[in-house]
Design a protein around this ligand. Sequence first.
Ligand SMILES: Cc1cc2nc3c(=O)[nH]c(=O)nc-3n(C[C@H](O)[C@H](O)[C@H](O)COP(=O)(O)OP(=O)(O)OC[C@H]3O[C@@H](n4cnc5c(N)ncnc54)[C@H](O)[C@@H]3O)c2cc1C
Length: 274
Amino acid sequence: MALKQYAEKHQFHIRLNTEVLSLIRKNDEFQAETNQGLFTSQHVIVATGPFQKPFIPPLSNNLDKSIKQLHSANYRNLDDLNKGSVLVVGSGNSGAQIAVELAGSHRVILSAGHRITYMPLSILGKSIFWCFDKLGILNAPSDTRLGQIIRKRPDPVFGLELKQMVKSEQIISKPKAEKVENHTVYFTDGTSVEVENVIWATGFRFDYGWLHIPNALDEHGKPIQQKGISPVNGLYYIGLPWQTSRNSALIGGVGIDAAQVVKKIYSHYNLTTI
Ligand SMILES: Cc1cc2nc3c(=O)[nH]c(=O)nc-3n(C[C@H](O)[C@H](O)[C@H](O)COP(=O)(O)OP(=O)(O)OC[C@H]3O[C@@H](n4cnc5c(N)ncnc54)[C@H](O)[C@@H]3O)c2cc1C
């Protein structure tokens, strides 16, 4: 059922283009100031996603102005770039896929901050995520031994194209970028390259600058929560990385966490569900 029809049937309202500019708690209720006016509520579920503010390392400031710089979040296709070589900084799945795409048209250098591990997209005709699911990897709770092991490791790169292109030197592999001077980027192995484009596939940071509720965030500005439940009465989260498991910030896993949060809200009203 389309979300709009579902909302009508269950009498909740969807407001598009409504940005929460500030959320406060006053007189036992939440007050959300938005670009469409003020809303109040007894409960708030923050589902603003795991990828909020594109992060670009400060060393980017030393690049010459003529060099085209983009964060992976803003990369669309090769029309976005200058002619010449492209340095992709960051070898997660975004960096890996962009490097592979550009290798057909540009000289591509990929800088990896850690050793890359590769996984095929499928094994014996089954998606690798199907296998992970069956092995209990995706839903391993973060406080179990398996969960801790997975959490410590960077995600593998899914698909083997990058591995093959690095091997055949279609993509030049470099370690971490540590210094930048005008057109030149220096790496931790003492080598350097001159580039015309840099794509920063360097991830995202949280941005809860709009959440003005005492005890909701820790000293790093991250939500304080256990399984999506904040110590602030009535405040909840869904979709945080490792909220309960690796699956929490993946599309297939959010439902399990959402069910827990909804259960908690229902118990507040002495209702039962799910
Ligand atoms: C490159 C990339 C590839 C990915 N590939 C996969 C994949 O293959 N499979 C998979 O399962 N997951 C993948 N993910 C993860 C996927 O993006 C997340 O699982 C999913 O988007 C999370 O959904 P969400 O609704 O929690 O957050 P989001 O999709 O990030 O949605 C958050 C929403 O909150 C809104 N918002 C933020 N702040 C405010 C505010 N103050 N007021 C109002 N609205 C606000 C945003 O505008 C946005 O619409 C990928 C992520 C990236 C970056």
